[in-house]
Write a protein that binds this ligand. Structure first.
Ligand code: MG
Length: 377
């Protein structure tokens, strides 16, 4: 906490937000007991909220901003997809069992007796799957329309995950499609759920393509930030079509993080992620519901601030680079509007521009993307 406060020392609003979050955070924080123990005492809905808090502290905090009816829907949507992702991510789960489960998850899980034990690389995820009937029963209380949307998205996501469980991400098309399955579909599903709960939530009928970009922007940012962590796990997500233009293997970046080739590669993949920014700005400007706006805009602002920090930064290739917790706290504690968001984006774009001096690797490529983004402000 002290170090976090120090990093925000010149930003009094962030300090206030950090303290506010620390106090208010107790209200959002999941109960102290293990999820396993809670499963025996809590009713279905209370278990779902406890699980949300355990599997994602930050998501559980932003979800509190949503209107009451929508909160349950989005919470269940998140848990269903978390269950699917748990199956995808468990690298000890044999492929011959994993693939049919991913493909048929939307059908099999639509049953009050469905549960799995021993799957998941984290205890809370494992407990979630063991107690899936509680999630299912809460799911059945949602409107029929919402149930259909969630089922449709989990069907498409499961199919995509199964496809990529067997192959590497080589081309840009692979990269975009994989990100579509695991994140773009979340954007598409969220948009449909927002509209089903409030037809006026969004100004214009947002096209799937724009909703998809919202997810791709967040997913690509995470993939870039997690380069080093993923390098030592069983899967990597950087497409060969990008790194192959700069280096002979992905490990080279970590071993030679200050080489111009390594930085060119990093900047290249960041420029690709930045290409989604115009769609994200278009999407956010179409959201009319204030609470929904906060819910979707906070992660977007965190993502652009992250990319500004990662650009041309060799530390990304050898460890973890994150934005100040104070910024996250401020975004979560104070409501933001489109004007604030535009300001945050402009500021981050300016930071990238400042680092993108002529002569640095990928200068031209990034400049083109930045100039295009600036025409949207
Ligand atoms: Mg996954």
């Amino acid at each position: 906490m002290l170090l976090t406060l120090y990093k925000s020392a010149l930003r009094p609003i962030e300090i206030k937000a950090l303290l506010k979050l620390k106090i208010k955070g107790h209200a959002y924080a999941p109960p102290k007991e293990s999820l396993e123990k809670l499963a025996t005492s809590l009713n279905d809905k209370a278990f779902c909220y406890a699980a949300l808090g355990k599997v994602s502290r930050s998501f559980s905090a932003v979800i509190q901003q949503l209107p009451d009816g929508l909160k349950d829907t989005i919470g269940i949507f998140y848990l269903v997809l978390r269950a699917l992702d748990t199956i995808e991510d468990d690298m000890n789960f044999p492929l011959e069992k994993k693939l049919p489960l991913l493909v048929d998850f939307y059908k099999i899980s639509n049953n009050q007796n469905f549960s799995l034990s021993g799957v998941g690389d984290n205890k809370d995820y494992e407990v979630l799957l063991e107690n899936y009937p509680k999630v299912y029963r809460t799911f059945t209380l949602l409107s029929k329309d919402d149930q259909e949307i969630i089922t449709d998205i989990s069907r498409r996501m499961g199919e995509g995950m199964a496809e990529f469980a067997q192959k590497e991400i080589l081309t840009m098309d692979d990269f975009n499609r994989y990100c579509h399955y695991v994140a773009g579909l979340v954007g598409i599903g969220l948009t449909r759920l927002f509209i089903s709960n409030n037809p006026d939530a969004l100004d214009l009928k947002v096209k799937d393509e724009i909703s998809n970009s919202m997810g791709l922007f967040l997913q690509k940012t995470n993939i870039i930030r997690d380069y080093h962590e993923d390098l030592y796990s069983d899967r990597t997500f950087w497409p060969k079509e990008i790194w192959g233009q700069h280096v002979n293997n992905l490990e080279y970046l970590a071993q030679n993080n200050k080489d111009p080739e390594s930085l060119a590669c990093l900047n290249h993949i960041i420029a690709d992620a930045l290409r989604h920014v115009p769609d994200c700005l278009t999407y956010m400007s179409s959201v009319k519901d204030e609470k929904i706006f906060g819910f979707i805009a906070v992660p977007q602002v965190m993502a652009i601030a992250t990319l500004a920090k990662l650009y041309n930064n060799p530390k990304v290739l050898t460890g973890v680079v994150k934005v100040r917790k104070g910024l996250a706290a401020k975004l979560m504690m104070y409501s933001i509007n489109l004007k604030d968001v535009t300001k945050y984006f402009e500021k981050s774009i300016r930071q990238i521009e400042k680092k993108n001096k002529s002569g640095i690797p990928s200068y031209q490529e990034t400049k083109k993307v930045l100039d295009n983004i600036k025409s949207y402000f």
